[in-house]
Ligand binder design. Structure first.
Ligand code: AGP
Length: 588
């Protein structure tokens, strides 16, 4: 996914405003960045490979209109020339784009045949040259709309024209939000970037095109061109929510926000859990689906529902679900779990499930996101904006909601709040200076390891998978989460002297069997890191986690978040923006 920010104003304003907006969006993609402004009917562009960092746009002229883009490369290498914006032959049209223009090769071939000159390898450039052709026959907004309708695939396209005072944006599948200002209007790919300017927003729907001037915002249907009603919403997040504040990285801030997230979910009452549990009970066959970290929340949900409510629910990885959902019918329920609500693998599976007439419930963190809007029932996670690529507080929010729902299924939702409170206390213990120092020390010991294994059983199995993902996705150390019972079926062959193994040993029915797994690894030279409610002689390193019954999975995972963060710091990498990744994967 990419970061998009733009404004159109009644007064000439500095492009520094766009740069600041892009910086708030850089977590969405940071291979390169670029800005275009219009001044005296001339487009000026500055674009560079890499993160924005200390870059300046003082060399760009002030303008009434400006927009910018941070790129996560799909078509075309990471180069200055492939960075957005992209221009037409006459430098009169500039375009930024998020998504994949699936039929661009054939369009580009025709354009070149008609004399257009291309300079980049991107699919996006074919959009600006198509608008150039269209603008000869009609006005700028219509030229963009007709161009957009030629495009196949899921895209968001934003265009400006040197001789026009409007910012045009069309979407089908990639998020775009309009911000309403005073004498100026804004556009962004994420509501958090609008917070310094306005809280009044409109979430563009699929197949809608917005025409922004300094005085007005019109929205039309991209297919018919017909005017549509604009329902302005107010975002509840505060400016500080989207800032790092006193923390060095968003990830550390978001780790430390987790007690508040759990407390807010406990305090927000039992309504969401009761509603979701009723929906599950009334459905014949329910599925929890998610990708990456969210898939581990979904898997944890199957254990929670079984342990707490003796209830069977399935889980599936979002990118796989589409291949085995043929059994779904109108009585089925698919609960899609997602922080961003824009993960294409989830959206695609949900679309297929809807075609089978299954009911869709979203457990999602972003109001107005695609998943939020395509679902029949919505539960907002309520974790606040999560900007680090590595998901932390959103996962804890997902687990908290699933724990409450499991208790609600069993008619014991008050007990669920009490259990979550235990997790809150246990989490606070882990986030003390002393405990963090202890985990930092472990990170120093492990920083040069090539492989780290994490073993667990029961609820600690999804915890192990999540712990391994945190470690590998930001510290780049290979880490593998294992069902401890599987060790002797193969992975034990990997253990040699000094191989680090994190063993989750909560005070539950898995303790004895998982201790055996730790001992099997120790017997072969493994270095055992026990994450448990009590020490044990088999541990070479002990991380205490106070018991929180079925919710102990939450503090257990938080120890891994901290370990992954400090491993990354030890290795000198950026925990917020790991290489090759983006905050939300909006391509298949
Ligand atoms: C988690 O740390 C990763 N960034 C990634 O696995 C993420 O959880 C996954 O891409 C799903 O994102 P979503 O929750 O926004 O759908």
């Amino acid at each position: 996914m990419c970061g998009i920010f733009g404004y159109v104003s009644s007064k000439k304003t500095s492009p520094r405003r766009v740069l600041a907006g892009l910086k708030r969006l850089e977590y969405r993609g940071y291979d390169s960045w670029g800005i275009a402004t219009i001044s005296n009917e001339k487009i000026s562009v500055k674009k560079r490979v890499g993160k924005i960092g200390a870059a300046s746009v003082g060399d760009l002229p002030e303008g009434y209109i400006a927009f910018g883009h941070t790129r996560w490369a799909t078509h075309g290498g990471v180069t200055d020339i492939n960075a957005h914006p992209h221009l037409d032959c006459k430098n009169e049209v500039a375009v930024i784009h998020n998504g994949i223009f699936e039929n661009y090769e054939s369009v580009k071939k025709d354009l070149i045949k008609n004399g257009h000159k291309f300079v980049s390898e991107t699919d996006t450039e074919a959009i600006s040259h198509t608008i150039e052709d269209q603008i000869k026959k009609t006005n700028f907004p219509e030229a963009v709309r007709k161009t957009f309708n030629k495009m196949e695939g899921l895209n968001a396209v934003i265009a400006i024209c040197a001789t026009d005072r409007s910012l045009i944006a069309a979407r089908n599948g990639s998020p775009l939000i309009v911000g309403f200002g005073d004498g100026e209007n804004f556009l962004a790919s994420d509501a958090a970037a609008l917070l310094p300017h306005t809280k009044k927003v409109y979430f563009l729907e699929d197949d809608e095109m917005a025409i922004l001037t300094d005085k007005s915002v019109k929205v039309v249907d991209t297919k018919s061109g017909r005017l549509k009603k604009v329902k302005v919403q107010k975002i509840t997040w505060n400016l500080a929510d989207g800032e790092k504040g006193k923390f060095k990285h968003f990830m550390l801030k978001e780790i430390h926000e987790q007690p508040r997230v759990i407390a807010d979910i406990i305090g927000s009452g039992t309504g969401p859990a009761q509603n979701l549990s009723k929906l599950i009970k009334s459905s014949k066959g329910s599925y929890l689906i998610g990708c990456g970290t969210a898939s581990y929340a979904a898997l944890a949900g199957t254990y929670l529902f079984s342990k707490i409510a003796k209830f069977h629910i399935n889980s599936a990885i979002g990118s796989e679900f589409g291949y085995h959902l043929d059994f779904l019918n109108r009585k089925s329920l698919v609960i899609a779990v997602s922080q961003s609500g824009e993960t294409m693998d989830i959206l695609e599976s949900v679309k297929k499930a809807k075609n089978k007439e299954a009911k869709i419930a979203a457990l999602v963190n972003v109001l107005g996101s695609s998943l939020y809007r395509m679902s029949d029932y919505k539960t907002l996670i309520g974790a606040g904006p999560e900007k680090a690529v590595a998901s932390t507080k959103a996962l804890v929010g997902m687990l908290s909601h699933l724990i409450l729902t499991a208790f609600a299924l069993d008619g014991r939702v008050r007990e669920g709040q009490i259990t979550l409170n235990l997790a809150l206390e246990s989490t606070k213990n882990i986030l003390t200076k002393k405990s963090i120092g202890h985990i930092k020390n472990l990170a120093n010991k492990l920083k040069n390891k090539k492989h780290i294994y994490v073993i667990g059983r029961g609820l600690s199995y999804p915890a192990s998978l999540e712990a391994a993902l945190k470690i590998k996705e930001i510290s780049y150390i290979h880490a593998e989460g294992l069902a401890a019972g599987e060790l002797k079926h193969g992975p034990l062959a990997l253990v040699e002297k000094g191989t680090p193994a994190i063993a989750y040993l909560p005070n539950d029915e898995t303790y004895g069997a998982n201790l055996a797994g730790a001992m099997e690894m120790k017997a072969r030279g493994g270095y055992i890191i026990g994450v448990s409610f009590k020490p044990h002689e088999v541990f070479d390193y002990f991380i205490p986690v106070t018991d929180a019954r079925e919710a102990t999975i939450i503090p257990n995972i938080i120890t891994a978040q901290l370990l992954a963060y400090y491993l990354t710091i030890e290795k000198g990498f950026d925990p917020d923006k790991p290489r090759n990744l983006a905050k939300s994967v909006t391509v298949k």
